[in-house]
Design a protein around this ligand. Structure first.
Ligand code: HEM
Length: 409
């Protein structure tokens, strides 16, 4: 065993209780995960925790890169480290899994993934920009005269559901409902199976009805496209289409909302960075990449379909893992001063959007939404600050992001 690793480091396939105690729900962890990742990286970079049902967790860039490529033995069938509704049986048919194509492995995921990509190319995303700009301005109009707002609740949270609603072709006025269902499924329901099941049911019923409507009156939206596609000459099963829509809505809402919220918190608490961005707006592009690196929201789950050796550890069949992209993005082996925001960081090969066969399908959209949200805010409200640090809250679990950011301006 490496000298530096404490007894609790589970190398050598030891059967002992080797919990690192890592808990994605711990409030202190979520408020400031950097020191915890640093300590784990220095003492036991690939460790197990017995929290939340038990799973392995990575902290280095190298391990994240290596393990995400171990496909299909480390499978996406359980992309959440806690059970998703309808997702507990490892041998179940792919099409009954929770969120195709993210909960499928190659080659079956490929044709379904291909169907989503045309809606998220750089060219397609540019067509959503004017609407996103108008939306951000409209939201700011709603609170600018008050001199205060919650930059997460009144701004970040309002943007992403409305943009993804338009792409799916569903009513953006139902955004609050969508946010409630998605939070109930992914965030608030993370360790509450009943809440997860309930919200999953709402989403499935909603998209089943939408699918029926599109069959009667097709349009050019994503649901209509999916309704009329075939894979290997066969129409896609309705339940698969519905679950692809659930994935698109959930992935479209939760992630970028988190990134915008965390970025707003950063600039509300770092006046030197805020003023620099106002003075040097040409830095927006690198600043957004830096926010994505430093406050990457998404950690992904995997499940071992067979025993897998990694470094000195044996990941046993059925074991779960969290590939911690946010921690990889703070690895000092790859990034200088990894816990600092460097707005003009030149070399920034962050992996906030993942890598490999499941790399984020919506990364162009996420970048556009972040750019429009931040630029529009900075143009209209260049000076702002956090009013109450104690009122800041974080989404915990596999999607981390600031959920309350009260500011005055
Ligand atoms: C800052 C915002 C975002 C981040 C950090 C992010 C991150 C990620 C990551 C890490 C993955 C890989 C999952 C895995 O390896 O299992 C992923 C997949 C995915 N993301 Fe995003 N995402 C963001 C925004 C979006 C948006 C706006 C959409 C739009 C719908 C989206 C749709 C998807 C889809 C459909 C997948 C699954 C792709 C597949 O399995 O082929 N994401 N995302």
């Amino acid at each position: 065993m490496d000298e530096q690793k404490p007894d609790a480091c589970p190398v050598g396939g030891s059967e002992a209780d080797l919990s690192s105690g890592f808990d994605m729900f711990d409030a202190d962890y979520n408020a400031n995960p950097g020191p915890i990742w640093k300590e784990m990286r220095e003492t036991c970079p690939f460790s197990r925790t017995e929290e939340r049902g038990g799973f392995w967790v990575t902290t280095t860039y190298e391990d994240a890169q290596a393990l995400v490529r171990r496909v299909p033995e480390l499978s996406n069938r359980q992309v959440s480290v806690v059970d998703m509704p309808e997702d507990t049986d490892l041998t179940a048919d792919y099409h009954t899994r929770a969120f195709p194509p993210i909960t499928m492995d190659p080659p079956e995921n490929i044709p379904l993934r291909r169907l989503l990509l045309p809606f998220f190319t750089p060219k397609a995303v540019e067509t959503y920009r004017p609407h996103t700009e108008a939306l951000c301005n409209e939201l700011i109009d709603g609170f600018i005269d008050k001199g205060a707002c919650d930059a997460a609740v009144d701004y970040a949270q309002q943007i992403t559901p409305r943009v993804i609603s338009r792409i799916l072709g569903v009513d953006p006025n139902q955004s609050d409902e969508f946010v409630g269902w998605v939070r109930g499924l992914i965030e608030l329901g993370f360790d509450n199976p009943e809440m997860r099941a309930e919200n999953h049911k709402h989403l499935v019923i909603f998209f089943s009805e939408q699918l029926e409507l599109r069959r009667e009156n097709p349009t050019d939206d994503l649901i209509s496209l999916l309704a009329n596609q075939t894979v290997n000459g066969e129409p896609i099963a309705d339940k698969t289409i519905v679950k692809m829509c659930v994935l698109t809505l959930a992935a479209g809402i939760d992630t970028t909302w988190s990134s915008i919220g965390s970025s707003m918190l950063h600039f509300a608490t770092h006046p030197e960075d805020r003023r620099r961005l106002v003075r040097e707006p040409e830095l927006f592009a690198t600043a957004i990449e830096e926010m994505l690196r430093l406050h990457a929201p998404v950690s992904v789950g995997r499940v071992a379909m067979e025993d897998v050796e990694h470094n000195d550890a044996t990941i046993k069949r059925g074991d779960r893992l969290v590939i911690n992209f946010p921690a990889a993005n703070r690895d000092p082996a790859v990034f200088d001063n990894p816990d600092e925001a460097i707005l003009d960081r030149e070399r920034n090969r962050h992996i906030a959007f993942g890598i490999g066969v499941h790399r984020c399908a919506g990364s162009n959209l996420a970048r556009m939404e972040m750019e429009v949200a931040l630029k529009t805010w900075f143009e209209r409200i260049p000076e702002f600050e956090l009013t109450d640090p104690d009122a800041v809250t974080w989404a915990a679990g596999q999607v981390r992001g600031a959920r309350n950011v009260p500011v005055r301006f």
